[in-house]
Design a protein around this ligand. Structure first.
Ligand code: NAD
Length: 429
């Protein structure tokens, strides 16, 4: 058992957080961090702020008291977005937060977050357009321009460290291809202005080349390719992705392990959603929906292991639908109809109706991921951070390994990694 404390650089100074996209999720995080910093709201949903851990024989302590994480008062936000709205305007437009209680008291800080021009190409996000874009002078120039943005932001805000997190729209579906297989091929594709390198990959490439960790909260391919893992190791930075596990899949990854734990069978799982925010509008495009569908569908098969339990899970109908329905705004409603099978094959049903708020669920995940990824960077961990699977619908993993989807196994893995970093023994909870 490992008992030596990992060397972790102190969390001193300012931590720059650059979000790719300044929409509902990103503006809700920036606003929330400022409200928490001022004591105007509670960071509900954030493990780094409210979660506890037991180390050695001691009592449960707040994670942030035991693990050297940066504090919320050290964070400085910036962003890229093709839509020129400041975080203040984005927060008003997205309609997630109450204007009087949670936007106006921090209007000054939110107005200071002005998006930098985006590397944007409509052919990857068809339902969106905006004027705040970098000139289309080819992928190599765009990557260099993003690298310069990162350096300029770091200097302008006197940041000691940086993290880039993708909270941008879902791009059209892209299969991994030859350009993504290794770093040389990726570099060549960028030089050749090859269409297999979407804008999200340019942000990731630029961040990693600058030695800055990259987190992928969108379902896009982005860093989920061997070339990016190679670059992350070469640059000595951590990466984590993909697609925030915030609502329906969060519930799915708790209920499915329950069925398996009791050896209850499953005939079908029908998941449908209505949502009316811009994310929903973008996902109304079949190409973008396919990207999301992939990350939402992968979950059950991995957890239920049909190969091991063919009589219980060998023939499961799993369907996922997302319907753009403007009246709901960010207040998504997701339904699950689950057809299960009990003793002697008798059918039963479970119904879930989750009236959630998309960005309210996602914002604390962004905060936690930023703080944990910065910790990983200071601890010298590089490449894919599987211990952060807890936060993702489609967790990236080492080649040949199976992704872990069960929420409570993911939670144990996260806490055990924190204990290991602190030189403590691993535990089961
Ligand atoms: N619960 C959740 O809200 C949740 C959960 C999982 C994943 N996600 C993902 O997080 C992402 C953000 O969600 P959201 O609700 O904030 O969406 P949003 O539409 O409100 O914001 C996305 C922003 O990204 C911008 N954008 C698009 N292409 C860009 C580019 N190339 N460069 C920079 N900015 C770009 C858009 O203009 C928009 O302002 C989406 O991909 C979504 O699927 C959200």
């Amino acid at each position: 058992m490992e008992t030596t404390r990992h060397h972790i650089e102190p969390a001193a100074g300012r931590l720059g957080v650059l979000t790719v996209g300044l929409g509902a999720v990103a503006s809700t995080v920036a606003a929330g961090v400022e409200l928490v910093r001022r004591g105007l709201a509670e960071p509900v949903g954030s493990l780094t702020q409210l979660g506890t851990i037991r180390v050695a024989a001691g009592p449960a302590s707040l994670i942030r008291d035991v693990v050297p994480l940066a504090g919320v008062d050290q964070l400085v936000f910036g962003a890229w977005d093709p839509v020129p709205d400041t975080a203040y305007e984005a927060a008003l437009r997205c309609g997630v937060l109450d204007r009087l209680a949670h936007i106006e008291p921090i209007a000054g800080e939110l107005k200071e977050i002005e998006p930098m021009p985006a590397a944007f190409d409509r052919s990857y996000v068809r339902r969106l357009d905006g004027p705040n874009v970098k000139p289309e002078t080819g992928r190599r120039d765009l990557a260099e321009a993003i690298r310069k943005d990162i350096r300029d932001f770091r200097a302008a805000h006197s940041c000691d460290r940086m993290v880039v997190i993708c909270c941008a729209s879902t791009e059209t579906f892209l299969e991994p291809g030859p350009a993504h297989q290794d770093l040389d091929a990726l570099e060549a594709a960028i030089d050749a202005d090859d269409a297999s390198v979407p804008p999200s990959m340019l942000y990731a490439y630029a961040a990693l080349k600058e030695g800055v960790p990259f987190i992928n909260g969108a379902p896009n391919l982005t860093i989920d390719v061997p070339a990016m893992a190679e670059l992350a190791h070469a640059a000595g930075v951590p990466i984590a992705g993909k697609d925030f596990k915030s609502g329906q899949t969060l519930v799915k990854t708790v209920l499915a392990p329950m069925l398996k734990a009791r050896m209850l069978g499953l005939q079908g799982w029908y998941s449908t959603n209505i949502l009316g925010n811009r994310d929903g509008e973008v996902l109304d495009d079949p190409g973008s929906f396919r990207t999301k569908e992939k990350t939402k569908l992968g979950v059950l098969e991995h957890m239920l292991q049909p190969g091991l339990y063919p009589q219980l899970y060998g023939d499961v109908q799993h369907k996922v639908r997302i319907n753009y329905y403007p009246p709901r705004g960010d207040s998504k409603e997701s339904w699950d109809n689950i057809d299960i099978v009990g003793w002697l094959g008798y059918p039963m049903q479970i119904k879930v109706d989750f009236l959630c708020r998309d960005s309210i669920l996602a914002a604390p995940l962004v905060l936690d991921l930023v703080l944990f990824t910065d910790l990983a960077q200071r601890a010298g961990l590089t490449g894919v951070q599987e211990w952060l699977s807890f936060y993702f619908k489609n967790p990236q993993h080492a080649p040949g390994a199976e992704p872990e989807h069960d929420l409570f196994i993911q939670q144990a893995s996260l806490k055990n990694t924190l204990r290991w970093l602190m030189g403590e023994e691993r535990r089961s909870a």
